[in-house]
Design a protein around this ligand. Sequence first.
Ligand code: ZN
Length: 406
Amino acid sequence: MTRPPPVAAVAAGVALAVLVAVEVTRATAPPVAPVDPSTFLDPAALQAALDHRTPLRWVAVAAALLRAGTAIAVVWWVARRRGAGVVAGRLRLLRVGLAAAALWAATDLVRVPLRLWAWRRAVDVGLSTQELAGWARDWLVESVPYWIGVALAVAGAAWVRERWPTAWVPIAGVAGGVVGAVLVVLSPLLFEPLLFDLRPLEPGGLRDGIDELVERTGGGGDADVLVADASRRTTASNAYVSGIAATRRIVLYDTLIDEAPEGEVLAIVAHELGHDLHHDVERAAVSLVAVAVLTAWAVDRVVAGRLTGADGRVSTRGAVTAIGLVVVLAVVFGPVERWSSRRAEAAADAAALALLEDPGDYGSMLRGLARRNLSDPAPPPWAVGLFHSHPPIASRIARAASGQAP
Ligand SMILES: [Zn+2]
């Protein structure tokens, strides 16, 4: 009879409690019934949005099944091969990590045809202006850092597992989670200057409006407001709050300032300040550490004896099986993460409405978003539950119309 190492079980229990605490203490917004899409889209726009989005719901289902199915197939194939996959020699742990990263990459590669099809359709309806080369470059920029991250994380976790076989779950989980959380919090600061030139927003009406919003959050009056020259790269418009403490700043894409009326820019800034007020970045960072510990615990429980060869060293077969499990868990628990995200987004909407002097601007901003993005006007509950990180646009417009405060 084998008993789980108590330290791993205790760590998993604490991590679960932390996740529940993050969710329970989150600011929430009361539920709203969605408005009829015909109130914000004319019949032609409504039909165009439905034509575009309906098949994409099924593409999302197919992609999730393909991802989990590929992970299971690779694990099965590795399990049938002879030898435990024990590697020796220099860079042994890195090779173990690369084998695991190869499984991860395979689950990305099998979904490329679906992504290509979705991109072709986005070009057809004018949502994307990208050429194939640009699309491929973006796919690599989006995917390769994950492959490198998986290889390094697995090599590190394997090193910890070999050194502290009974205590590796909290050690590797917390260390991996903290590194991930620091990257998430700092990445805008590291990558912003590589992507864009940033200049301070000139004094004027917009600057004054933003200062007023920041003042209403009670967060001190002198926030740095920067403009990024995003128009060099994209037509998309965006705004976000990044940094911590002294490096905290609000960044606006120049595309946003050029295209949207001032009231709508303020509406977007107010939404970002709502996330800030609710400490959503800090919550995400803490959750990431807890999820990393729970993931290490699950690997320890499920993969257990297959993780190492007879010599106690982590094998490539063990590492590949572990990452296969992680991929399946990510697909299965993805909807829980998206449920949490929808709660945070609804609360940020409600906070923004309370911050804005004219909440009517919020509705105009969302209606503009619905038209430009061909957002799914009436997604079925199963699609929202499985795949949506934000509440459906018709629900967000309903909240704006009712002007509900948190
Ligand atoms: Zn948001």
